[in-house]
Design a protein. Structure first.
Length: 429
C-alpha cells in the first residue's frame, strides 16, 4: 500500500510538471528525436538520483524492500517511456532514410560523370564511357523506384535490414556484389548495342564467357548463398533457444562491424574488409577492361571464400543459451547464516542472463524469475552510471510470500524470451 500511495503521488507530480519547460509529450513541436533525447536525459537523472538515495517518498523510505520495489517500478515505467520515444524516433528516421540514400546514390552518379569527364581529357570520349554512364543511370533509376516503394522501410537499404532492425552484414556484402555484377553486365550490354563492327560484337559477347568470369561468378554464388544460409541458421538457433535476439531501435552503419551489443566482431570485420578490397579490385578491373566481366584472380577469389566461411563459422559459434549454475541465499554484511525463507533475497548465479543489445533498462525490466508457480520480476537496482541488478551472471530477487515452503524450482526467463534450465532449492517457513 505504501508503494502504491507513493507512486500515485509521484505520478500526480509528474502530470503537474509535464508541460513545464522541457515537455517531451507527443504533442510538442520538438519532434521525435528531441523528445527521445529529453526522455533519456530525464531517465538518467532519475536513475542517478535514486542511486544516490534521493527522491524516495517518506511512505517507503523506512523499508528497504519497499523502497527497492518503488524505485524499480518507477525506473521501469520511465524506461518504457524512453523505449516508446526511441521506437518513434526510429520509425521517423527510417522513413527519412530513403531520401538520404537517394542523395548518396545520385551523388555517386555525378561523381562518376566527373571522373569520366576528367579522364577523357586528352584521351577522348569513348563508347565505353558512355556505356558506363548509362549503366549507372539505369542502376540508379531502378534503385530510386525501389526506394519509393519501400520508403517506409529505409528505401534502397530495406533488403539489407534484418528482422531485428539491424543492418545485416551478409546481406550487405551480397547486395554489393550483385550491384557490381549487374552494373558490369549493363556496361557490356551498352557497348554491344553501340558496336557496329562484327568482330567487336563477338569480342564483347565472349567477354561474358564463364572462363573469363569464373572468379566473379564463384564469389557471387558464395556470398549470396552465405546470406541465405546465415538467415536460416540464425532463425533455427533462435527457435531452438540457442541464440538470443532483441530488436534494435533503428539500423546503424556500425551494425556491419559489430555484434548486437555494439562491440566489434572479428568475423564481421574481416568479412566486410576483405569483401570491400575484392570489390575495389573488381571495379578497377572493370574500368581497365570494360569489354568483359571483371576477371578476379583465383588467389583473391579463394581469399574471399575463406573470409565468407569464417563469417559463417562465427555465426554458428555466437550466442549461447542462458544457464543457472546455482541459487544461494543473498546475505548482507552482519546477517546470520540460515536457510532460504519466504521474504529473503536469493542470488541466482549463472551465465548469459542479459542478451546482447539488452543492456537498456526497458529490456532489463522484462527479466522474470519463476520460483515455483510464482513469476517474480527482477528488480532494477540503480548505481551511478548503470544498474547493479540484474547483471549477465548474477540476479537477485526476493522470495515472495506466495511461494509454498518445500522444494521449489527456480527458472530465469530473459528479455529475449529464452528460459534457462531449472534449479531446485529448499524454502523453509
Amino acid at each position: 500500500m505504501a508503494v502504491q500511495e507513493a507512486r500515485q503521488g509521484a505520478r500526480a507530480g509528474a502530470r503537474g510538471a509535464a508541460h513545464g519547460g522541457g515537455c517531451t509529450c507527443g504533442d510538442c513541436p520538438h519532434g521525435a528525436r528531441e523528445g527521445h533525447r529529453r526522455a533519456v536525459a530525464e531517465f538518467l537523472l532519475k536513475r542517478d538520483e535514486f542511486a544516490a538515495g534521493q527522491g524516495l517518498p517518506a511512505a517507503v523510505a523506512h523499508s528497504a524492500s519497499a523502497s527497492r520495489q518503488w524505485v524499480s517500478e518507477e525506473l521501469t515505467q520511465s524506461a518504457e517511456a524512453v523505449a516508446e520515444r526511441g521506437r518513434a524516433e526510429g520509425d521517423v528516421w527510417l522513413a527519412r532514410l530513403w531520401q538520404r540514400t537517394l542523395c548518396v546514390l545520385w551523388a555517386a552518379v555525378v561523381l562518376l560523370l566527373l571522373v569520366e569527364s576528367l579522364t577523357a581529357i586528352g584521351a577522348g570520349w569513348t563508347s565505353a564511357r558512355t556505356a558506363g554512364l548509362l549503366a549507372a543511370l539505369l542502376v540508379a533509376g531502378a534503385l530510386t523506384g525501389a526506394s519509393w516503394f519501400h520508403r517506409a522501410r529505409g528505401g534502397a537499404l530495406a533488403p539489407v535490414i534484418g528482422e531485428d532492425n539491424r543492418m545485416s552484414t551478409s546481406r550487405t556484402v551480397a547486395a554489393a556484389w550483385v550491384l557490381l555484377v549487374a552494373y558490369a553486365v549493363l556496361v557490356l550490354a551498352g557497348r554491344l548495342a553501340a558496336a557496329s563492327d562484327h568482330a567487336e560484337r563477338d569480342a564483347l559477347i565472349s567477354g561474358l564467357e564463364l572462363a573469363r568470369g569464373a572468379g566473379m561468378v564463384t564469389v557471387l554464388a558464395v556470398v549470396c548463398g552465405i546470406a541465405v544460409l546465415v538467415r536460416r541458421v540464425v532463425g533455427l538457433r533462435i527457435h531452438a533457444q540457442r541464440l538470443q535476439k532483441v530488436r534494435a531501435l533503428r539500423p546503424r552503419a556500425a551494425d556491419l562491424l559489430t555484434d548486437d551489443s555494439g562491440r566489434g566482431a572479428f568475423a564481421d570485420i574481416q568479412y566486410v574488409v576483405i569483401s570491400a578490397v575484392a570489390l575495389l579490385f573488381a571495379a578497377v578491373r572493370l574500368a581497365r577492361r570494360p569489354d568483359q566481366l571483371p576477371d578476379l584472380p583465383w588467389g583473391l577469389t579463394v581469399l574471399v571464400l575463406v573470409s565468407a566461411l569464417t563469417y559463417l563459422a562465427g555465426k554458428y559459434a555466437e550466442g549461447g543459451r542462458p544457464v543457472i549454475l546455482s541459487v544461494v541465499r543473498a546475505r548482507e554484511a552482519g546477517d546470520l547464516d540460515g536457510p532460504i525463507r519466504t521474504g529473503d533475497d536469493i542470488e541466482i548465479r549463472g551465465a548469459c542472463f542479459v542478451p546482447p543489445g539488452a543492456q537498456t533498462a526497458d529490456h532489463l525490466s522484462r527479466m522474470v524469475v519463476r520460483i515455483g508457480a510464482v513469476d517474480v520480476h527482477v528488480p532494477l537496482i540503480p548505481v551511478t552510471g548503470g544498474f547493479s541488478n540484474p547483471s549477465d551472471t548474477v540476479l537477485t530477487v526476493p522470495v515472495p510470500a506466495d511461494v509454498e515452503p518445500g522444494c521449489v524450482q527456480v527458472q530465469v526467463i530473459t528479455a529475449a524470451g529464452v528460459a534457462t534450465n531449472r534449479c531446485e532449492v529448499e524454502v523453509t517457513d
